[in-house]
Design a protein around this ligand. Structure first.
Ligand SMILES: Nc1ncnc2c1ncn2[C@@H]1O[C@H](COP(=O)(O)OP(=O)(O)OP(=O)(O)O)[C@@H](O)[C@H]1O
Ligand SMILES: [Mg+2]
Length: 270
């Protein structure tokens, strides 16, 4: 291709760059929807359970005339409805969030919002999980993107534990080196040393297609890396074959949220 002058060439480069950025953001959105897809079966299952609860307690309330039984029925129906609403709100807000804006974010709250989305999936796959909040850091984050990173890591961890296992998610404030840290540790298959250096490469996957033609795309970790880089963060992996894997995320620490502020927030939230 020839360009009549330097100005046209620069314009062409600018346009190409914009196209790349748009493609990248489309890819990010597509991968996000694929992570929603990975949780679809467990979410449907949970909704089915919630509906069964609602139907059974509604029947019970209709059958019994006494106030006490009816009150109990209403309480159960309300709790089931609230649980369903927590899940749908979480899913919708995760799927909808777009854009690159990063803002001061409570890391503990963010991790909790992810656990609401994945807990049924873990339970259905016999994975026991535990969160440890050893600090309460605030960092400049894009909530939707970091949720996406955590869901990718958690789904990977679950897939590495087909016989069930344990998952530990820990939040720390490293005030010495000024990092807000999140680690995701599993007791799964681990990653062989010769594969470890490839896992962040786009399209690197060890997950073969099943009967429905669904395997891994190998894009999950590549996008995690991309997102973490855009936050000026770090992503590290340690793995021992047959023992398990730990991914650690680090973000520049803005501050440790003081206890008193947390109490205030809880009071306001009622
Ligand atoms: N927690 C883990 N335990 C063991 N292996 C892992 C773990 N996380 C990632 N891997 C390895 O890294 C590879 C790349 O992971 P990545 O998330 O990028 O793609 P994928 O999971 O294969 O595909 P997709 O994310 O589209 O489902 C995986 O195929 C797997 O071999
Ligand atoms: Mg993956």
């Amino acid at each position: 291709m020839t360009f009549p002058n330097e100005e046209d060439r620069l314009r062409e480069i600018k346009e190409l760059n914009e196209q790349i950025q748009e493609l990248q953001s489309n890819l990010m959105q597509a991968q996000k929807l694929s992570s929603v897809g990975a949780l679809a079966s467990s979410t449907t299952h949970e909704f089915n359970n919630i509906l069964t609860t609602v139907i059974n307690y509604a029947k019970m309330g209709l059958r019994h005339q006494d106030g006490k039984t009816r009150e109990k029925a209403f309480e159960k129906i309300l709790a089931a409805g609230q649980r369903a609403s927590k899940i749908t709100c979480g899913m919708l807000s995760y799927a909808r969030q777009q854009g690159n804006r990063q803002e001061p974010t409570d890391v503990v709250q963010l991790v909790k919002s992810v656990m609401v989305l994945v807990e049924k999936d873990l339970q259905m796959n016999r994975v026991r999980w535990q969160t440890d909040f050893l600090g309460h850091p605030e960092a400049n984050l894009n909530t939707g993107q970091i949720q996406q990173v955590l869901i990718n890591l958690i789904v990977n961890a679950r897939q590495a534990m087909d016989e069930g296992g344990q998952l530990f998610i820990t939040v720390r404030s490293n005030t010495e080196d000024n990092w807000a840290e999140i680690s995701v540790r599993d007791t799964g298959s681990g990653i062989p040393a010769d594969k470890l250096r490839n896992i962040f490469q786009p399209f690197f996957t060890t997950k073969e297609a099943d009967e429905q033609g669904q395997g891994g795309t190998g894009l999950g970790l590549a996008l995690c890396k991309e997102i973490i880089d855009s936050h000026e963060g770090r992503i590290r992996v340690e793995s021992a074959q047959g023992k398990g894997t730990t991914f650690t995320l680090k973000f520049p620490l803005l501050r440790e949220i003081p206890q008193i502020e947390k109490a205030e927030e809880m009071r306001e939230a009622g």
